[in-house]
Design a protein around this ligand. Structure first.
Ligand SMILES: [Zn+2]
Length: 212
C-alpha cells in the first residue's frame, strides 16, 4: 500500500515517541503536572519488567474485574455484587455518609474514624450551571426507606462553594422526603477550600466530631 492511501494521522499523540506519549498520559491524571509525569516515566524506566507487568495487569483488570456496588455506588473489585463495606455486618448502619466521589469515600475510610455506611453521589453541583445532572440524588432518596436502622445522614462534601451548594440541595431534598431524619454536615475542621480527598486523618476526625 502506498503511503498516500494511508489514513492521515489524527492526533498529535501518535507523533510522539513512547516516552512522550506515556508522559502525556500521566499528565491527564488529576493534580499531575509535566514534571511529576516525567518522574513517573523515569521511575517506570528503572522498574523491573515484572514491576511494569504488575502495573499493566492492574490497569487491565479495571475494565474486566471492577464493578459498581449497587448500594453505595462506589467501584470495587470484589467477586460479590455488594462491596466489602456494604456487605460488612459490623458497619454501623445507623450512619450514612453521603460523599461526592470514590476518592472522598476512601479518605474517610482511611482516616479510621468512621464506621458507618456510605453513598457516593457522583460529584458536586456545578456553580456555573447549578445543574445536578449526573448526581445520584434521586437514587439516594429511593434508598433511604430500605435502610431500616438509619438514624443520621452525614453530608461529607468538600469544603468549597460547590460542596456547600451540594450540601444545601441534598439537605433540602432529604428533609422534604424524610422530615424526621437527622441530617448533619462535616464541621469546619476542614479548612475552607480543602478537598476531603487530601485531608489528613486528624482533620477528618475533627470534622466528623464537630459535625452539625
Ligand atoms: Zn457498597
Amino acid at each position: 500500500m502506498s503511503k498516500l492511501t494511508q489514513k492521515p494521522l489524527r492526533s498529535k499523540e501518535v507523533l510522539m515517541d513512547s516516552l512522550e506519549r506515556l508522559t502525556a498520559l500521566f499528565e491527564k491524571f488529576p493534580g499531575i503536572g509535566p514534571r511529576q509525569a516525567n518522574r513517573f516515566v523515569q521511575f517506570l524506566l528503572r522498574s523491573s519488567p515484572a514491576g511494569r507487568r504488575e502495573l499493566i495487569e492492574a490497569i487491565q483488570s479495571l475494565s474486566s474485574g471492577v464493578h459498581q456496588c449497587p448500594e453505595c455506588m462506589r467501584f470495587h473489585a470484589g467477586e460479590k455484587k455488594l462491596c466489602s463495606i456494604c456487605s460488612n455486618p459490623e458497619r454501623n448502619a445507623q450512619f450514612l455518609a453521603v460523599v461526592a466521589s470514590d476518592a472522598d469515600l476512601a479518605a474517610l475510610e482511611y482516616s479510621h474514624n468512621y464506621r458507618g455506611n456510605y453513598f457516593v453521589l457522583g460529584g458536586t453541583i456545578s456553580l456555573a450551571s447549578e445543574k445536578t445532572n449526573g448526581l445520584r440524588i434521586s437514587q439516594l432518596l429511593k434508598s433511604i426507606p430500605h435502610r431500616d436502622q438509619l438514624t443520621e445522614i452525614i453530608l461529607a462534601f468538600p469544603a468549597n462553594p460547590e460542596g456547600d451548594a451540594t450540601a444545601v440541595r441534598v439537605r433540602e431534598e432529604i428533609h422534604h422526603g424524610f422530615p424526621s431524619l437527622k441530617i448533619t454536615a462535616l464541621g469546619r475542621g476542614l479548612s475552607t477550600g480543602s478537598e476531603l480527598e487530601y485531608a489528613d486523618p486528624d482533620t477528618i476526625k475533627s470534622a466528623l466530631e464537630s459535625r452539625r
